[in-house]
Design a protein around this ligand. Sequence first.
Ligand SMILES: [Mn+2]
Length: 318
Amino acid sequence: MKFYDIFNGDADGICALHQLRLEQPQAAELVTGVKRDIELVGQVAAQAGDCLTVLDISLRSNARAVERALLNGARVRYFDHHAAGDIPQHPQFEAHIDTAPDVCTSLLVDRHLGGRHRLWAVVAAFGDNLVESAIRAAQPLQLDHTELARLHELGEAINYNAYGETVDDLHYHPADLYRAIGPYADPRHFMFDEPVFEVLKQAGAEDLARAEDLRPEFADDAAALYILPDAAWSRRVNGVFGNRLAQSAPQRAHAVLVAKADGAYAVSVRAPRSRPQGADLLCQAFATGGGRKAAAGINRLPAEQLPEFLDAFRAAYK
Ligand SMILES: [Mn+2]
């Protein structure tokens, strides 16, 4: 009988597992990855009697692998807040799934544990950018302003660590980060005793400063397009950088491209915050594009299609 702890490598996934294991210590094989790496259950060859704990990755993306594990006789315990699809009805399947917009997986675990490791749920909620939920969850703890701000920064720092194309882009492998947190029931002690928080905070600031040094390839009042080089820091910071741009110029649409080794680009588009529309249609017009109205992307834009993309982007947001 084997135990597998399968979790998203971001703050929410790490803090969800940490709360569970503070409550119920259990050696387990850790299965995790970068934030975008969500098809994790399939990496496990589950046998009869095995116990899988799955955290913060959508059931929809793992449905087949979960089904197979159950069929093989494993037990699966699942906590998540992403769109789930059909939830298996099986005596060996325990689901804690809630897709309400104000919860994250760590808050679901907190609910399950009756708030016994609340501080880590607060860190995670800040990491998932659920600021109001985090503040609400922290209320009974009576933290002062500075403590709350520090937990906010810690959530953001752990979350930042999960961004990259592969774990090679990250400062810490998420499994190592989870192990570093392991001994700490109180995140304030973790921040004080371990270098991790300061390292991530500084690295995040450096990445952002590099991005902010770049000049746009194109910019007018309605739209701006930036190209980040093929480098680990680009892949780490591109989401945060896009958010910064959107906040600093809410009337403007932004496209952030990250160069790939072969000259193609990964594209992310944010519609203007004042008019959050059209990003999905713009990106869908390209072969590997998709997303939501307010934010969408193209997985791979061949270099020769860059002029075509710029024209379409400008036309969509003039
Ligand atoms: Mn989450």
